[in-house]
Design a protein around this ligand. Structure first.
Ligand code: AGP
Length: 642
């Protein structure tokens, strides 16, 4: 989590940094801040670091910068909604406008925070300054041994303004700086990092070196790019779109010294290393909400097109060719790994592998699996599911699985992500950029690609003839996105509740888990999902007349059994909401307070279509509760710390 940026070049630094950060607020929005080097007004021969930071979202920082005239009041505001081309044009204009009046400021760093250590306050916001005000730093990651290092620094008479782990890094930099050194070197940062345990992407600047940035990376993404006159640094190369054609990606324990328009890379031994630039491709995705009010709403509505896109890309590329009989027979075990929504997609994936291809597969939450001493080896296929490809625990499992000789297969939406590079095989999710924190279209894409994989293996192993691409294409036209009118009274009722329950069996139980996560994530309603058969084993004790219980039933052969569970809850007063592709008899209908008609689709594909209604429901309840669906409290889109 946390997004970091850096910039060396001409132009209004503050504005440029905020514009770059705008691409990264998906990584956290607890606070935001920037630091730029300015000439000292009293003594033009010296410089100082000017820090502006505040708690809250990026627009609070922007407002602060405007109020203090650090960015022009009359010029454009960064919109919440932009596309990269438009943004680039704006940056160029502002550069031209300001180049003449802002020769003093030559480099800066910026940060958007998801709090790990220390609450979301202005004091804990980044950048942090060293005690002597010579260094400023922005950090993404967690310094695990910060308490111990802090004590050492306190013994060395250092004081601390924040409760963050990051502030120790900037003071270690001060401690490791040789004041006699008149030229910038990467040595202080390397020496500092040698003491750190944990994860970090770091960007630092020093007031004595006007156009220099110091970078380091371990387990948190960091990228750097240069054009003729500028150097740009960011946690995500999306920030470089429109600025450069290629970029460098730092690996673990690599460092970078950027001076003027020169970039030099180093290893932990302080030796210069060569790196190859990567092409900046697939980044021209539009980040506009167009006519939609929120990204979440837009992304749900894109689901049919996402399915079409998957069909197009998987029919014109050979991604699935590797999955032949010889390949799959090498394995005695298939393990699917993910977190949150991606874990739920993995659960469906394992069921697909079992049902369609008769492959014994299991799914684990990445953060549990990595500490569970798993039995995996070169006969294990590990499928890692991740929208962002940057989720720390999922990456850690991939690293461990690679070490143990497993074959790792990443399903990710970000084709340049850490996971995509780390896994031995990568298959794209083709969902397009997902901005809203609550994953919607990416979930459907994950389940869809897992369906393709399982079907391909079924054809290979069991000589089946599943027309999986055609099936998906057909489904894309069958998916129905409910409207506000479809849910009007239900939304009113649910939005007044503090709790909600979901029950289902088999695939539907997994859909219940995902529907329940969506609801709690953006509405803060305490919603929970249970297998329908588990009611009597405990949770029935929670049911009374005020309870709202969603019953999802898309499998004909399990319908009766699921209904039995629902009746047991009704007998205890629960208000039932039935969601199914099947029509109920009029007599049975009476038992339900609401009925959600799900699209009639092939039962195997129901997990892809049935979730959509619940994504829309969560979105509408969220609006009714006057909350922001795109940025729920305490969460971030990309979870780069464990
Ligand atoms: C879902 O709505 C969540 N925001 C979250 O559970 C997410 O799916 C999870 O953090 C995994 O992210 P990833 O797919 O990028 O790895």
């Amino acid at each position: 989590m946390c997004g970091i940026v850096g910039y060396i070049g001409s132009g209004k630094q503050e504005k440029i940094l905020v514009d770059m950060l705008k691409h990264l607020d998906y990584r956290g929005y607890d606070s935001a801040g920037i630091a730029v080097i300015k000439q000292n007004q009293q003594n033009s021969l010296t410089c100082k670091i000017d820090v502006t930071k505040t708690k809250g979202k990026l627009n609070s920082l922007e407002q602060l910068l405007k109020n203090s005239n650090k960015i022009p009041k009359n010029k454009f505001l960064v919109k919440d909604d932009f596309n990269t081309e438009e943004l680039q044009k704006q940056i160029e204009t502002i550069n031209e406008l300001n180049e003449a009046d802002d020769v003093n400021s030559t480099c800066g760093i910026g940060h958007t925070r998801w709090a790990t250590h220390g609450e979301a306050t202005t004091q804990n916001a980044h950048p942090h300054l060293s005690n002597n005000n010579e260094w400023a730093i922005v950090h993404n990651g967690i310094i695990e041994n910060f308490q111990e290092l802090k004590e050492e620094l306190i013994n060395n008479k250092f004081t601390f303004k924040s409760k963050t782990d990051s502030e120790i890094v900037v003071n270690l930099l001060q401690l490791n700086t040789d004041q006699d050194n008149k030229l910038p070197t990467i040595t202080p940062l390397i020496e500092t990092c040698k003491k750190l345990k944990g994860s970090y992407a770091l960007a630092a600047l020093n007031k004595n070196f006007k156009n220099t940035l110091f970078l380091a990376r371990k387990k948190s993404p960091l990228y750097v790019a240069k054009s003729k006159k500028t150097i740009v640094v960011a946690s995500d190369p999306i920030c470089f779109a429109g600025k450069t054609k290629e970029y460098y990606s730092l690996n673990d324990n690599e460092f970078c010294l950027c001076t003027g328009n020169k970039i030099e890379f180093y290893n932990l031994k302080n030796e210069v290393i060569e790196k190859t630039a990567e092409k900046l491709e697939n980044l021209n995705q539009t980040k506009t909400k167009t006519s939609y009010k929120h990204f979440m709403q837009k992304e749900i509505n894109e689901i049919p097109d996402v399915l079409k896109n998957i069909v197009k890309r998987y029919s014109t590329n050979n991604y699935l060719d590797i999955l032949d009989k010889v390949f799959i027979k090498k394995f005695n075990k298939v393990v699917l790994i993910g977190c949150g929504t991606a874990y739920h997609a993995g659960l469906i994936g394992a069921r697909y592998l079992q049902d369609l291809a008769r492959i014994d597969a299991s799914t684990s939450v990445a953060s549990e699996f990595r500490y569970a001493n798993p039995i995996i080896d070169n006969k294990t296929l590990v499928i890692l599911v991740s929208q962002s490809g940057e989720t720390a625990d999922t990456i850690a499992v991939c690293e461990e699985a690679n070490k143990k000789g497993c074959t790792t297969l990443a399903l990710t939406n970000v084709e340049y992500s850490t996971l995509a590079k780390l896994a031995k095989i990568t298959m794209p999710l083709c969902a397009g950029t997902e901005i809203a924190v609550a994953s919607t279209k990416a979930y459907v894409a994950q389940v869809a690609v897992l369906y393709l994989i399982a079907s391909k293996l079924s054809n290979e192993l069991l000589n089946k003839n599943i027309n999986f691409l055609e099936n998906l294409q057909k489904l894309s036209d069958q998916i129905i996105i409910p409207t506000k009118q479809d849910f009007i009274t239900l939304v009113d009722e649910i939005s007044k509740k503090q709790t909600a329950f979901f029950i289902g069996r088999d695939y539907d139980y997994i859909t219940c888990e995902e529907a329940s996560l969506k609801l709690k994530e953006i509405t803060y309603i305490n919603s929970n999902a249970y297998p329908a058969g588990e009611l009597k084993h405990g949770f029935l004790a929670l049911i009374d007349e005020s309870s709202y219980l969603f019953v999802i039933a898309t499998k004909r052969d399990l319908l009766e059994k699921t209904l039995n569970g629902a009746y047991e809850a009704k007998a205890r007063g629960a208000n039932l909401i039935f969601a199914s592709q099947f029509e109920l008899e009029n007599e049975v209908k009476k038992d339900f307070k609401h009925i959600l008609q799900l699209p009639k689709v092939d039962e195997n594909l129901a997990p892809l279509s049935s979730i959509v209604a619940f994504q829309v429901l969560a979105y509408l309840v969220c609006l009714k509760r006057k909350l922001n669906p795109d940025k729920p409290r305490n969460l971030a889109k990309s979870v780069t710390v464990e």
